[in-house]
Design a protein around this ligand. Structure first.
Ligand code: 13P
Ligand code: 13P
Ligand code: MG
Ligand code: MG
Length: 368
């Protein structure tokens, strides 16, 4: 639509240094080269390339709309080019998230995670890009509820006339591929019934009920569901617009002062606390974690990305980080026991089927 700019965040894990802990600078450099050429050709207005853990993050602005074949093709080519570098360096899991060699117009369903929104840029347009590693789609459910539906988090829901009507939540059933909308505050109990089960239900979008505008969009790709087996995790991203008719920047960050427990730690098979960190600290090493989240803030100016501001690089989040470490210690002491380890049906990367097969003849019926 005319006058709209599109903000696309497309990410993929295309190889880790070392193991799954972080990214090699050569991959960032390669991605910047490819996107610079696309900007020079006029396809992109602007871009920012970064990494969170072992995930390469492409933050792009343009006027092509969502699900655009040229933009998705550009992201795919960027990941392929960086994968080549990863292969030369023999980085771990090179090309991990590229599940197919045949790009067909959209990266959805092919491995990368995608969050995109198109909107008319406001007089001042603060946006926050949240990016997490060692977790999966659904990790944003709790923070999104807090941001857009909880007056104990977001003061504006009570005291700003622009937020007072509340927000509409678009919830996806990632197993059965269905969606449903709930209006907050009237329907929060129904909403919570579903999004309290984040392994199946994920908040995809949030809309202002005052203006109808899009407020937030998340990536909801589930790699194991796409590939039919474990192939790495769906380390997710989230875009949130802030201020005025949306939560203030500080209200959008506030949920992360509580390091809530998410799935996706070690081998995609453990629960752990989500630790808010700066980009520099987004290098999960302890037991390949604990899970991390980064928040980069930008002001848009005619689609140009002014920033980033590294929003969790604030000592005010030290306590959340400390709590996350305490929770991590506590959970780790469970070793291979649930609820540190995911329940069996949730194990993405498990030898359970093999073990089952190996001992299947040794099971005896109980005589009772
Ligand atoms: P490998 O079995 O390839 O060592 O991978 C384990 C792992 O890191 C999965 O998260
Ligand atoms: P990534 O999904 O970030 O590659 O992590 C794999 C893993 O499970 C590490 O233990
Ligand atoms: Mg990896
Ligand atoms: Mg990752």
């Amino acid at each position: 639509m005319t006058g709209e700019i599109t903000l696309s965040v497309i990410k993929a894990d295309i190889g880790g240094l070392v193991g799954h802990s972080q990214i090699h600078p050569a991959l960032l450099e390669k991605a910047r080269d490819v996107l610079t050429a696309a900007r020079d050709e006029g396809l992109l207005i602007d871009f920012h390339v970064t990494a969170v853990g072992d995930d390469l993050q492409l933050i792009m602005t343009h006027t092509q709309g969502e699900d655009n074949a040229d933009i998705h093709g550009l992201a795919w080519r960027t990941f392929e080019a960086a994968t080549q570098v990863a292969q030369e360096l023999k980085l771990y899991g090179a090309g991990q998230d590229l599940l197919s060699d045949a790009f067909s117009g959209n990266v959805k369903g092919m491995g990368p995670g995608v969050a995109e929104m198109a909107f008319v840029e406001r007089a001042s347009e603060p946006v926050i890009i949240f990016m997490a590693d060692k977790t999966s789609a659904g990790a944003w459910n709790l923070p999104l509820y807090r941001m857009f539906a909880d007056p104990f988090n977001t003061a504006g829901l009570v005291i700003s006339p622009k937020l007072h009507q509340g927000f509409r939540f678009e919830v996806h059933d990632v197993i059965e591929h269905k969606r449903i909308y709930f209006d907050a505050p009237e329907e929060i109990y129904d909403l919570l019934m579903f999004i309290g089960a984040p392994e199946r239900f994920a908040v995809k979008r949030v809309f202002s009920r005052t203006t109808g505008e899009i407020a937030a969009v998340s990536s909801t790709e589930k790699l194991s569901l796409i590939a039919g087996h474990y192939v790495g995790k769906d380390d997710p991203v989230l875009i949130v617009r802030a201020q005025s008719q949306f939560p203030a920047v500080g209200e959008a960050l506030e949920p992360f002062a509580f390091p809530h427990i998410v799935e996706g730690w070690m081998r995609g098979s453990h629960f752990g606390p989500l630790m808010p960190v700066s980009v520099a600290d987004a290098r999960p090493t302890r037991f390949d974690g604990p899970p991390r989240v980064v928040a980069l803030g930008f002001q848009l100016a005619g689609g140009k990305l002014i920033g980033p501001a590294d929003l969790f690089a604030d000592p005010a989040f030290d306590e959340a980080r400390r709590q996350a470490n305490i929770v991590a210690d506590y959970l780790r002491r469970h070793g291979p026991f649930e609820p540190h380890r995911l329940p069996l049906e949730e194990m993405e990367y498990t030898t359970m089927p093999d073990v089952m097969k190996r001992v299947q003849d040794r099971w005896e019926p109980l005589e009772e």
